[in-house]
Design a binder for this molecule. Structure first.
Ligand code: PRP
Length: 218
């Protein structure tokens, strides 16, 4: 019975989806149509393996998975932590590695060390709150932004930011520096809790094959 049903995979649009599809390709699962860079289609199928893939905004992946609109999702750990959805995180895919950091001008270090009441700009209010309140026990004012977070301390909106650092070049080119490390991040595979029970055999086999392929890639 389970072989009849499509397994649906939600992918965060962009680089993450491309890397994920490369990995699926290594275990023989692919959607040729998806490789056409001009396509505006959002949903694709591998008929042979009864798999469907759709492209959503990265932060929406855990939502689709929690509600069962997707059985499986591939999303950054940043998104998973921020969304706090009821889903199983089953595999670190080993790509999309970066760090969530508190950053700012070097002069802000003292304010952090003295646990002063500072403003923190971020796209990730939950991760920021958990870090400062639960881990550091420092009271901060969190300002939610939607991008170009590095601007905030430069124009005086906040003392520091809590954001993703990958190569570090955005910080460097804007005269900012990493002040504290919050958490290491990478792409993860997540699974709907009901799907994990109902399609356990197929999903477990898929996890094992992807795990092996990602280890070989590393
Ligand atoms: C992300 C992140 C940093 C930058 C870090 O931004 O928010 O700004 O990448 O990368 P780096 O360390 O390699 O310079 P993104 O490009 O996603 O755009 P955004 O500013 O609109 O969020």
């Amino acid at each position: 019975m389970s072989e009849e049903r499509y397994l649906t995979v939600a992918l965060g649009k962009g680089r993450l989806a491309r890397r994920a599809m490369q990995l699926f390709g290594r275990i023989g699962i692919s959607c040729r149509e998806m490789e056409d860079a001009r396509t505006r289609k959002l949903i694709f199928a591998d008929e042979e393996h009864k798999m469907r893939f759709f492209l959503s905004k990265g932060p929406d992946v855990p939502t689709y998975v929690e509600y069962g609109a997707a059985d499986i999702g591939i999303a950054g750990e940043d998104t998973i932590l921020e969304e706090g959805r009821k889903i199983y995180e089953v595999l670190d895919l080993g790509f999309g590695k970066c760090r969530m950091c508190v950053a700012g001008p070097a002069s802000a270090m003292e304010k952090l060390q003295h646990r002063e009441l500072i403003r923190v700009a971020t796209k990730y209010p939950k991760i920021t709150r958990d870090y400062f309140c639960k881990k550091k026990h420092q009271t901060v004012e969190i300002i939610k932004l939607n991008g170009s977070i590095e601007l905030a301390p430069i124009v005086g909106l906040s003392e520091v930011i809590c954001d993703i650092v990958e190569t570090g070049s955005t910080l460097r080119e804007n005269g900012l520096t990493v002040l504290e490390e919050v958490v290491d991040l990478s792409a993860r595979m997540v699974v709907n809790q009901v799907s994990m029970k109902m399609e356990n055999e197929r999903i477990t086999a898929l996890i094992e094959r992807l795990k092996k392929a990602s280890q070989e890639e590393a």
